[in-house]
Design a protein around this ligand. Structure first.
Ligand SMILES: CC(C)(COP(=O)(O)OP(=O)(O)OC[C@H]1O[C@@H](n2cnc3c(N)ncnc32)[C@H](O)[C@@H]1OP(=O)(O)O)[C@@H](O)C(=O)NCCC(=O)NCCS
Length: 169
């Protein structure tokens, strides 16, 4: 049987797992705000989300949760949004990111009817950039030295993808 990849809504029993994923060393290292969160602060944030502007979905691999996908700053009048996603450490290094991001792009371009998606990534995150470029994302600029990590400043790379240049796989 071929593997099944899906995006589903967040369930009540996902929150503890989501906090664990957020607080993973590699995830924190790549977030703009690298401070760990608590279940309490996470739930407070979750309850305050404006569902018109922000969506979160769990990425599943054969029905098992494997990653968290983030749709920020949804701007329906201008048909764009900002994306982010992390895989749980048990599911990294297995080529799953391209499937997760394909579903995210499909959700944005086909279900939300958007024209453009964008993201920012740390300049040192070569693996993530490889995934984004393979999907058709292009660099559109840099937030110079906007990330302070381990005593050094790093750029954040801004990337975008238009519906017309989306490589459907
Ligand atoms: C970044 C992330 C989504 C990548 O997903 P993944 O499925 O683990 O990626 P893989 O290890 O399977 O590698 C994907 C591709 O990148 C390539 N790659 C791996 N390490 C690389 C590196 N250091 N430099 C360049 N390319 C690299 C792989 O060869 C593979 O290429 P291919 O698809 O052409 O075969 C995932 O590792 C993750 O969630 N990491 C933790 C937090 C994070 O970095 N989030 C993203 C923030 S922008």
């Amino acid at each position: 049987m071929p593997p099944v990849y899906s995006l589903r809504n967040v369930l009540d029993n996902d929150h503890e797992w989501l906090v664990g994923l957020h607080n993973d060393e590699e995830v924190l290292h790549n977030l703009t705000d690298p401070r760990p969160i608590t279940l309490e602060s996470h739930l407070q944030w979750w309850r305050s989300l404006d569902s018109n502007k922000q969506i979160r979905k769990v990425f599943c691999f054969d029905g098992t949760r494997a990653g968290f996908t983030k749709f920020y700053a949804i701007d329906q009048p201008n048909k764009n949004c900002v994306l982010g996603a992390d895989l749980h450490r048990d599911f990294r290094g297995k080529g799953l990111a391209k499937h997760m991001w394909t579903l995210m792009c499909r959700f944005c371009f086909e279900d939300l009817g958007l024209h453009r998606v964008s993201l920012t990534t740390a300049s040192y995150n070569q693996r993530a950039q490889h995934v984004y470029r393979a999907l058709g994302f292009s660099e559109e600029g840099r937030l110079i030295e906007s990330l302070y990590r381990n005593g050094e400043y790093h750029d954040q790379i801004c990337m975008y993808l238009l519906k017309d240049s989306w490589h459907i796989s």
